[in-house]
Write a protein that binds this ligand. Structure first.
Ligand SMILES: Nc1ncnc2c1ncn2[C@@H]1O[C@H](COP(=O)(O)OP(=O)(O)OP(=O)(O)O)[C@@H](O)[C@H]1O
Ligand SMILES: [Mg+2]
Length: 337
């Protein structure tokens, strides 16, 4: 909920940018803001002379409270509420054998990166799916997911354009026949960005930094390789998505620069959960969930010693990436390098 006090020091011009629907409020209330674009809301509301206030029966306090309810109603109506997730909580369900999981509840806060590790088939993707679905004892694990300590609103759970969660799933196939440009335009429009062209250029540049062979805006999405489409989706999610929760299912397997991909996706304000088999990515996280037989088995914080080991791992990764790059180029490795 927005409080009018938070808006008083914002310029009219910026308010219009952020809440374009505010213009009809001004119109309906016969408030002529055209020449006051550079004024803050407070300055604008206090510029009326005593005569004007008298003559037009202006009630400043009423305007403020009406404006506050109007903005909040519009935000709710348009589904624009964003970044309101401060934490998610996982409440234990059962593992594949029907035994209760080895923890009671786990809360993950904004700005945390959590890795999910465990053998193949152990239930990592299942945990991500439970979060994506905001499970309420209605999935095979019978887990419950809370958002900000509460059962999330049904509209968030079942909405098709689920704004709460940005998900990069393990298997991704483009089914529609669009060019990369058309695909990004569709997405940019649905996110209502105003500098569409700039954003699209940014996404393609970021995607090409992650992928090997470059592609361009006129490439058909169905013609992208596995690694290229993954790179495109990662760049798209990182740059366009405003979802406060980012779920990543294995970024390592597509031959893309996984460390760069993670850094692109991670942002201070978000909650990031990432299923991975990669030790470097695991240690880059603040903590990790260990899954066994479909249940959360252990929670481990990445300590200083492991962060030290991460540095060593990164050096080894560099050596391996160089070798990979050379092999891809068709070179023959020798033991001197
Ligand atoms: N607690 C559970 N109860 C019942 N079924 C479960 C449970 N956890 C996972 N499963 C099921 O087990 C199967 C394998 O799980 P999942 O796909 O999540 O494995 P994974 O760890 O992601 O494996 P990979 O590393 O190969 O991607 C899925 O069908 C999933 O729905
Ligand atoms: Mg999986």
């Amino acid at each position: 909920m927005i409080n009018i006090k938070e808006l008083e020091h914002i310029k009219i011009k910026e308010l219009e940018n952020q809440y374009p629907f505010i213009l009809s409020f001004f119109e309906n209330n016969k408030l002529d803001v055209e020449e006051y674009e550079e004024y803050t809301l407070e300055e604008y509301l206090s510029h009326f002379t005593a005569e004007e206030i008298d003559e037009w029966a202006i009630d400043i306090e009423k305007i403020k409270s009406d404006l506050e309810s109007y903005i909040n109603q519009m935000i709710e109506f348009l589904g624009l509420e964003e970044d309101t997730v401060d934490s998610i909580t996982i409440i234990a369900g059962n593992n594949k054998y029907g035994d209760k999981e080895n923890f009671e509840e786990l809360t993950i806060n904004k700005s945390e990166i959590v890795a999910i590790v465990g053998p193949t088939g152990s239930g990592k993707s299942r945990l991500l799916a439970d979060i994506e679905w905001a499970a309420n004892k209605d999935t095979p694990t019978e887990r419950t997911i809370l958002v900000n300590g509460e059962t999330p609103d049904k509209s968030l759970r079942f909405s098709t354009s689920n704004k709460l969660v940005a998900q990069l799933s393990q298997n991704m196939n483009f089914v529609m026949d669009l060019t990369v440009r058309e695909f990004l335009e569709l997405h940019a429009r649905s996110r209502m960005v105003d500098n569409e062209e700039e954003v699209i250029e940014k996404i393609i540049a970021a995607a090409n930094e992650l992928a090997g062979e470059k592609f361009n805006l006129d490439t058909q999405v169905t013609g992208l390789s596995g690694g290229q489409s993954r790179a495109l989706m990662i760049a798209d999610t990182a740059i366009l998505s405003t979802s406060p929760i980012v779920l990543i299912d294995e970024i390592e397997n597509a031959g893309i620069d996984r460390k760069r991909a993670l850094n692109l996706l991670v942002s201070k304000e978000k909650i990031v959960l990432m299923a991975t088999h990669d030790p470097t990515l695991t240690l880059m996280a603040d903590k990790r969930i260990v899954i066994k037989n479909g249940g959360i088995h252990k929670l481990i914080k990445t300590d200083a010693e492991e962060k030290g080991i991460l540095k060593e791992l990164e050096k080894m990764d560099d050596i391996i990436s160089n070798m990979r790059a050379n092999l891809r180029k068709g070179e023959v490795l020798n033991s001197q390098v």
